[in-house]
Write a protein that binds this ligand. Structure first.
Ligand code: GUN
Ligand code: FE
Length: 473
């Protein structure tokens, strides 16, 4: 092995989803992470002697030896969260979507006209999500450009990866929370240019500006078409300096609630469906994430599949404001990309552990509702994939991040540990249980019962950014 200068060397168990149905549990793994935040080398099934040999051949600032009850997991990816709704979390959820937006959401979002208020809330959101293991998040901000730039700054400072969307809203909203169609396009363009200037060491490309029409009812057809064009143009421009990118991310809401769907039909009579409104505007792409997608027709699902558009499944939000129960199995069977989102504050929690539990519960409800169809149930292997690598693939980042066992990948991870409260800790050990089964049980317990006390450390691109454990690790 050649001599490496590395920042951290890990020795222990790595739990790594590699596809929807494959979960590797690499025991006694050595993972070296370089000063550039990337995985420098990997060795599986290494003995203590081999660990000693490795340490002799590299200069490492720090060695992290995991206990048997600990494991590394790729960080969670929240593909749909409203950073600007943090103060509302848990409130107003007896209403349905359109009333909830008017009565609770818009008045709170309008407060972000004040950049100081925005900076304060955004710091709290990012602190909270990092602590609960979200290493990458696709955020909606508000219509305000200056406030939205605060969210970029906070993510850059605190070291969270993700997308930041300046929300575009230019029709059918209260006069006190609306912009013009021209402003939607000009301010989105400004955000994308701002994002290009983020090239400080350790943060290069960590945060991307995202084209974010809030949803079709709030945007004119012309403004959505211009946003689609902007995404294409800017994507082609960034491709010249960064071929791995080449596309500007896009996010919105789609087919969440029956009242919303009927409204879209009325507003856009020339479109064949809600999904077609976005398709005609050029907003469906391999880097587009659409939240909810609960009530799509076969034609609409086909449009998502052929365009490479990903779905963000936000189960708790769908329960809370009674939008529906998404059948994830059908989307997966049809080859549509699926990921998980918290949709805070439609979802009451900003923790991906809750989003995971919601997705599992939704899949079980589909089993019950659709006459005991057991295949609808998501397994732990499938769910942990959706919450990690599924999100990375939805956001089109799979060439650079998502695998702790792939040399060259940026190291975004969390270290799961037992805590004083055994409910989120190690499962009861039955005799004869295989090590793989023991780790699977521990993973299931973490996903179902764990909380931030079980997350000792969180790293994004090799930098420790949060965790309940000793910050010097
Ligand atoms: N549709 C348009 N805006 C929103 C929002 O803020 N939350 C949810 N859940 N759906 C939306
Ligand atoms: Fe949402």
């Amino acid at each position: 092995m050649t001599a490496h200068r590395i920042a951290r060397l890990f020795y222990g168990t790595v739990v790594q989803p590699s596809s929807l149905t494959r979960l590797e549990i690499a025991r006694h793994a050595i993972v070296g992470v370089g000063h550039d935040g990337r995985v420098a080398f990997v060795r599986r099934n290494a003995s203590l002697l081999q660990l000693e040999e490795t340490l002799q051949h590299c200069h490492t600032d720090q060695v992290v030896r995991l206990k048997d009850s600990q494991f590394l997991l790729p960080g969670f990816v929240d593909t749909h969260i409203h950073a600007s709704q943090y103060a509302n979390a848990g409130n107003g959820l007896d209403l349905q979507l359109l009333d909830w937006l008017n009565e609770y959401t818009f008045p709170e979002e309008a407060r972000f006209q004040d950049p100081a208020y925005a900076a304060q809330i955004y710091r709290r959101v990012v602190t909270h999500t990092l602590r609960t293991g979200t290493t990458c998040a696709a955020y909606f901000a508000t219509i305000h450009k200056e406030a939205t730039e605060k969210l970029v700054d906070v993510m850059r400072d605190m070291g969270q990866r993700g997308w930041v969307g300046k929300v575009c809203m230019n029709q059918n909203t209260p006069a006190w929370y609306r912009e013009t169609p021209e402003q939607s396009v000009a301010d989105t363009r400004h955000m994308i240019d701002h994002g290009d200037h983020v090239d400080v060491y350790h943060t290069a490309g960590l945060v991307e500006a995202c084209v974010t029409p809030r949803f079709a009812p709030h945007c004119t057809a012309d403004s959505m078409r211009k946003l689609g064009e902007l995404a294409r143009e800017e994507g082609a421009r960034t491709a010249q300096s960064d071929p791995a990118r080449g596309r500007t991310p896009i996010q919105s809401h789609l087919s969440e609630n029956h009242g919303e769907i009927a409204w879209v039909r009325q507003l856009f009579p020339e479109a064949s469906s809600y999904t077609d409104v976005y398709a005609q505007a050029g907003l469906l792409s391999p880097r587009t994430v659409m939240a909810h997608c609960v009530h799509l027709s076969q034609d609409e699902r086909d449009m998502l599949r052929t365009s490479g558009t990903a779905v963000s499944h936000c189960a708790h939000s769908n329960f809370n404001i009674r939008s529906g129960v998404l059948n994830v199995r059908r989307l997966l069977d049809e080859g549509i990309k699926v990921s998980l989102g918290t949709d805070m504050s439609g979802g009451h929690s900003a923790s991906m552990l809750d989003s995971i539990r919601g997705a599992i519960a939704a899949s079980r409800m589909i089993c019950i509702m659709e006459h005991e169809r057991p295949r609808a149930q998501l397994s732990i292997t499938e769910t942990v994939y959706l919450a990690t690598l599924g999100g990375i693939e939805a956001m089109g980042l799979q060439d650079r991040v998502g695998s702790l066992l792939t040399v060259g990948h940026e190291f975004d991870a969390l270290l799961r540990s037992s805590s004083a409260d055994p409910i989120g800790s190690a499962p009861a050990t039955a005799s004869g249980i295989t090590p793989r089964k023991w780790y699977l049980d521990m993973l299931e317990k973490f996903l179902m019962c764990g909380d931030d006390r079980n997350i000792l450390h969180v790293w994004v691109r090799g930098r420790r950014v949060a965790g309940a454990g000793d910050a010097s690790a």
